[in-house]
Design a protein around this ligand. Structure first.
Ligand SMILES: *[C@@H]1O[C@H](CO)[C@@H](O)[C@H](O)[C@H]1NC(C)=O
Length: 447
């Protein structure tokens, strides 16, 4: 019997799902596709000449109006929110760059070997571990951080961890094909595929560039190839069963002239916010000079950690240190590039994320979420989904019990056809027909 997956696509993320049989009520296998840097309106903007790979989600599946990412709206924090349902302050990956003062260690997206240390990842169990423990054979492709063992030793059966890849879709096409094969022939029930081409081109050339347009088209071609592979292998089962424009530019703020090395221990991150641990708790003076800093002061909010506004959910974690400076809408903080900054240097980008997206600010940070498969309602336009909700969609798609999280299942309920079981008690899975679920998640700001 063919195994027919579901496909889920999300922007800071895409997901594809594959599912189990009708007769046994097992959920279909799930393919989750995470397309990084796909701003919520890219697909519409580039749809002019047709994007059949993406459009299949709209015609046959359910789509969110948009996904509101978690703050900070950067890659690592949001990748981990997608797979844990937790705000960064609760899952601990509070930035692309983190400074652990007690251990005197730095976490950096530029040092993937160091970022592998399980200590950074010990706060929250990711979805693929829950799935693996629940008996789903899981395969992850370019997915951060599937190579970090949980509970001292649990790992997914297949893991090709995140790395920076060349900006072409060869990897994506190959990974889709391998995922489909593993589901069809090797007993896998969950495949999670990351791709960063749209994010990479958006950073280097800007969201309105022809390079981004080409990356969206190339990604569409890869999706078309996936649909064709699934169809050729008779793995598509959509029968019911019981994320360019934005021409505004961001102002760049230089905080360096207003920081004194004698007072500041580190400046962590750049872009939407910086975290400023101070020497000997000299908070008042440092905050005052940032607030009075010419051109910077009026365009940022400077908070003591304990006063960071509630909607940002960005103060509970010990790794968030005493001063948090958040750029106001339309502004970004330039990489400080000092001896005490983390990272010490950074390239300049034409597009970026990380900005405050709460209370309707910086709508360019919004992402997409699409899902196709036997469990998903066809043609449904669901409302706004928060990044923390996506995890609940994933768990329900494979009928696993989620751990406690900050999302709400009701927010993604509209994605499901009526009568889809909430959760199965028996997790036995056999070789059965599948369906497809796919979601994309991502966001990018135009500079
Ligand atoms: C998020 O969920 C975690 C785990 O249940 C909980 O500890 C935390 O308080 C929640 N945060 C909020 C803002 O509700």
């Amino acid at each position: 019997m063919p195994r027919r997956p579901a496909v889920l696509l999300a922007v800071v993320c895409v997901c594809v799902g594959v599912w189990g049989s009708i007769s046994t009520q097992k959920p279909p296998p799930l393919i989750v596709i995470l397309l990084d840097g796909v701003r919520w309106d890219y697909v519409n903007i580039h749809r002019g000449n047709g994007l059949p790979g993406f459009e299949r989600f709209f015609s046959q599946g359910a789509a969110a109006e948009y996904v509101n990412p978690a703050f900070p709206t950067n890659s690592f924090p949001n990748w981990h929110t997608i797979v844990t349902g937790l705000y960064p302050e609760s899952h601990g990956i509070i930035g692309n760059y983190i400074y652990d003062r007690e251990a005197s260690k730095v976490f950096s997206i530029d040092d993937l070997e160091g970022a592998k240390d399980p200590a950074w990842w010990s706060d929250a169990e990711p979805f693929w571990i829950t799935a693996t423990k629940g008996g789903l054979q899981s395969a992850l492709f370019l997915w951060s951080r599937c190579d970090v063992p949980w509970d001292g030793g649990v790992l997914p059966r297949h893991c090709d961890p995140f790395r920076f890849a060349a900006p072409n879709t060869d990897n994506m096409v190959q990974n889709f094909r391998q995922a489909v094969d593993m589901i069809q022939n090797q007993g896998y029930s969950l495949a999670m595929v990351y791709d960063g081409i749209i994010d990479t081109q958006g950073h280097y050339f800007g969201p309105a560039s022809s390079e981004v347009a080409a990356a969206v088209r190339d990604t569409d071609a890869a999706l078309q190839q996936l649909w064709k592979d699934l169809s050729d292998r008779d793995m598509i089962d959509n029968r019911p069963r019981d994320g360019l424009d934005g021409q505004g530019r961001c102002g760049e703020l230089d905080v360096v002239p207003c920081l004194e090395e004698s007072q500041v221990e580190k400046v962590v991150e750049y872009g939407g916010y910086i975290n400023v641990p101070t020497k000997s708790w000299l908070c008042d003076g440092v905050m005052e000079s940032l607030r009075r800093c010419p051109t910077v002061g009026e365009n940022v909010n400077v908070f003591l950690k304990k006063d960071v506004p509630e909607p940002l959910h960005y103060k509970a974690h010990r790794l968030i240190l005493e001063i948090v400076v958040i750029a106001k809408e339309g502004y970004m903080i330039r990489p400080p590039q000092t001896a005490y900054s983390v990272p010490e240097s950074a390239g300049s980008y034409e597009g970026n994320h990380g900005l405050d997206n709460t209370n309707g600010r910086n709508p360019d940070m919004r992402a997409v979420l699409y899902a196709v498969g036997p469990y998903f309602a066809p043609g449904v336009r669901a409302g706004v989904v928060e990044q923390v909700d996506v995890y609940n969609l994933l768990c329900r798609s494979v009928q696993l019990q989620c751990h406690a999280n900050n999302g709400t299942l009701a927010h993604v309920e509209a994605f499901f056809r009526p009568g889809v079981p909430l959760q199965s008690s028996a997790m036995s899975r056999g070789g059965i027909p599948l369906a497809a679920l796919m979601a994309i998640v991502s966001a990018l700001l135009l500079l």
